[in-house]
Design a protein around this ligand. Sequence first.
Ligand code: FAD
Ligand code: SIN
Length: 496
Amino acid sequence: MEQLLSEYDVIIIGSGIAGLYTALKLNSDKSILVLSKDHIKNSNTNLAQGGIAVTFNEDDFESHINDTLKTGYYYNDEDRLRMMVEEGGKSINTLIDWGVNFDSNNDGTLLLTKEGGHSLRRIIHYKDTTGEEIIRGMLNTVATRNNITLVSHVFAVDLIVRDEGVVGIKVAQDRCIKPIYANQVVIATGGIGELYKNTTNASIATGDGIAMAVRSGVNVKDMEFVQFHPTALNAPGHSHFLISEAVRGEGGILRNESGHAFMDGYHPLKDLAPRSVVSKAIFEESKKQGNDKIYLDITHLAEEYIKNRFPNIYNECLKRGIDIVNEWIPIIPVQHYMMGGIETDAIGRTNLEGLYACGEVACTGVHGANRMASNSLLEGAVFAFRVAEDINASHRKIKLYKTDLSYIKDENNIEIHAYINQLQEIMSDYVFIFRNKSNLIKALKLVDDLSDILPEKCTSQEGYELRNMVLVAKLIIKAAIDRDDTLGSHIIEGEY
Ligand code: FAD
Ligand code: SIN
């Protein structure tokens, strides 16, 4: 097992695209610690399917910006969005330089696909396993850098904050809590999917970064905006396998139980309408027909094409008894992404000196009230690049502190899991796609009651995660209560 030192120049919490990108862009004379609380590849990045929306041609910048604004209900921070689109090509070329492959045509130009909200084909991809390929390429490059220490199965518990700002973090490893100090700390801990019963997210998505930031007085923003993906596979299980929007981009059609292609009646972009619109339409159709039998149909595409373009989706469905070449795929909307998070400026800085955030955990404002498909990996890369540049230019040097260890006990994990299930029930019943004030108020009371009965000391990893999830749930519910009207992914029942 990797021995942790007591100090580094920079600590990065998270080994998804945001964390690894930051590490690789930092100067090679900096000692960098990158942490993952589980195995290194357990992340939302590793699960990404559809691809990266990127615009290389200046003439197309406006259309990428306009599509994102429209999908985000014009709640986006337009300056930062413009910056993301304009700097996207450079950031993605860097990924390619690090050895990440994307599918290309015979002439070597990148193959482009389309997803919800996009008026043009602008999404680069590696079949339907884009995220896995990104992580593969980045990890290979990290392995060539002596200054980067990448450690798995170490859990960041909290930030260490002194008068001058953040000076390090407390980690749990081998049943002991240890402080590690650094001049800068970057939170890149990803999403919050585990707050819900049904999610596409990896099991690491427990909102730890948001919770530890809030406990240290760091600002968060837009917490009511949780995105639900319309097409997860409707098969039993907690983590719902995603059926990429790229399937609709390549011609997939949503059908109700009787086979009607219902999206015609909901939006001019039909099956490629923004996610919030498609999820709403699926619920409407389910209500009308009295059950949740909604399907995605790609049986009109050639068998060879399906198997070559979507090998992962083909195989995962087959494992569950569905042959997508010949059968419609049963789908259901589930939690997918968090638009809100730790508030940052245009270079990923938070309101706490020395603390940065990037990736899904951060709220840069580029996505507005509803993220457009495949803009998340782009945001992760572009803002990680900016974070690294700012840290490279910084002369911040913290005073050194004495290192103390303390030991922790595991609690009864059965009890912890029961509490997690309770929280997921509350969020899924009352804080899902359609919301109303009385349900939200009920949810807040239930989560408050839950937090009152939590074990005094939650000191196993699950215990810390539960504590974090409860805090993040409260932030989401309070923000949702404060927003009276429907906007983007925050939909008030009866207002659509
Ligand atoms: P992640 O990749 O989730 O990484 C988080 C890291 O933080 C992990 O290493 C984890 O171990 C670590 N961590 C968390 N808490 C702690 C802690 N307390 N201590 C230590 N380490 C911790 N977006 C697109 O743009 N295009 C797509 O095609 C696409 N497809 C998707 C498909 C799926 C199934 C999912 C779930 C998401 C998809 N997204 C897509 C969204 C996108 O993948 C994510 O938003 C993005 O990858 C998040 O990257 P990240 O680096 O911020 O976090
Ligand atoms: C997908 O492939 O449908 C996911 C894309 C995304 O979340 O941006």
